[in-house]
Design a protein around this ligand. Structure first.
Ligand code: 3DU
Length: 219
């Protein structure tokens, strides 16, 4: 993924026309568009390729199964045109290795969830997040997903994975996280959904967050 605005749009709309219009509007202001179950279940998997023609697509299916099922899912997602796929780490090294192998064949990237951004992540995930960050680092994935709602955890996860793999960080805006704080804590990209796609002018909203990120880097 080319590092320019360092902003990823989470496009969780369920209307095909709206999804394509917003994608066209924000093109140039986001480095990738993350799409997941809401949009793909509502409109079909061809939407992946349609958006990928405009902006690189990260498919957020949080894949979490045995290696063979993961392989079948990865093949479908990459054949549909996704540039990257988000998978869970808790299924372990064999499942993750399979996802990385399929991604390599397609010239695509894998991102591994470590700790999620919502309060419930403290129930189970936080306890194993650092182990999953290490697992991701060992598997030489493109990056990990870490919570913008807890910049100190982004910082901790960065200290575990080093600088060879990236951090993409959701939780900015409606969930309470700040783009500037996440970037300063060590995130390479922030992921923003509702604050952009629910705005009256999604392009303007994306431009404003991109500027906040740039200002934080320039400080
Ligand atoms: O809260 P927002 O509307 O900005 O959307 C955040 C997106 O990132 C959304 O697609 C959600 O499913 C995803 N995500 C998290 O919010 C938190 C995680 O830990 C992982 C993914």
């Amino acid at each position: 993924m080319i590092k320019d605005t360092r902003l990823i749009l989470a496009l969780d709309v369920t209307d095909r026309h709206q999804a394509l219009k917003i994608s066209q509007d924000v093109k140039g202001y986001v480095d990738a568009i993350k799409i997941g179950y809401p949009l793909v279940l509502a409109t079909g998997k061809d939407i992946i390729g349609e958006i990928a023609e405009m902006v690189p697509v990260i498919a957020d299916f949080k894949v979490a199964d045995i290696p063979n099922t993961d392989r079948l899912i990865c093949e479908q997602v990459f054949s549909a045109g996704a540039n990257a796929l988000i998978v869970h780490g808790f299924t372990g090294s064999d499942s993750l290795k399979t996802c990385v192998e399929v991604a390599e064949v397609h010239g695509a990237d894998i991102y591994v969830v470590t700790e999620m951004s919502h309060p419930g992540a403290l129930d189970f995930m936080q306890k194993v997040a650092e182990d999953m960050a290490q697992l991701a680092s060992n598997a030489k994935v493109a990056g990990v997903v870490a919570p913008a709602t807890r910049p100190e955890r982004v910082q901790k996860i960065r200290s575990i994975i080093g600088n060879d793999i990236a951090i993409i960080s959701p939780g900015v805006g409606v969930q309470g996280g700040s783009a500037a704080d996440a970037i300063k804590a060590g995130a390479d990209w922030v992921i923003v959904g509702r604050s952009i796609y629910l705005a009256d002018d999604p392009k303007k909203a994306a431009m404003e967050i991109a500027k906040e990120i740039k200002d934080a880097i320039d400080q």
